[in-house]
Write a protein that binds this ligand. Sequence first.
Ligand SMILES: [Zn+2]
Length: 255
Amino acid sequence: MIELVDTHAHLNLIDSYKKDLEEVIQRAKEAGVSKIINVGIDLKTSIRALELAYQYQGLYATAGIHPHEVRKVTEETYATLRALLQDQKMIAVGEIGLDYAKEYSPRAQQQEHFLRQLALAKELKLPVVIHSRDASPDIMDLLKQELPEKFVFHCYAGSVEEAREILDLGGYISITGIVTFPKAENIRRIVRFVPLNRLMVETDCPFLTPVPHRGKRNEPAFVKFVAEAVAQIKGISLEECARQTTENARLFFRL
Ligand SMILES: [Zn+2]
């Protein structure tokens, strides 16, 4: 049986999985998803991710303030974030970054808190999960100012040129179910370009549900469809794709 890691999930969004969390986790196990990393977007969801990590085997947590949420950050937020990140079940800082597409927080604040959380990750020697939307070249400029030892661009949707820069800096690129969408030729181009030893797969559930379940709520079991699409693009078997992306996730997050 294949083994997969869903490197970016949001089972910590309580409302989305209120009715059937147990079944969702069970279906993931049956689909070969041995590990699920629940990613924080603010303090509340980071705390919930940690609770889940203590409650269920194979679940892990990250903590961070998403660019959408940084306008609400205070000094107290950082004190709590730092304390949370020192828990042994916390395996990364994230998701942090810049989102100029929606721009729910002012750009200057997004930049300030991205840098500050990068510095925190470096200090605590944790890998970083980055969210970036329409934020080039600022995202790369800031990243280089506080370059963490390990980082991944989650749900990567940038150019091949930027992907090359990320790889040159030692970064990883993570692919969601968008890769299965008929119009997403830009993502398939990225998959062709990035070497298999720098790729990870994720669902970003409950969002971005892959074909053939598009339109429904997403869940970690569906990361298999992402891995299948990546395997097809790379011209390798699902087994080989699963083996290598799982190994990448294990090394990156020290699972
Ligand atoms: Zn996410």
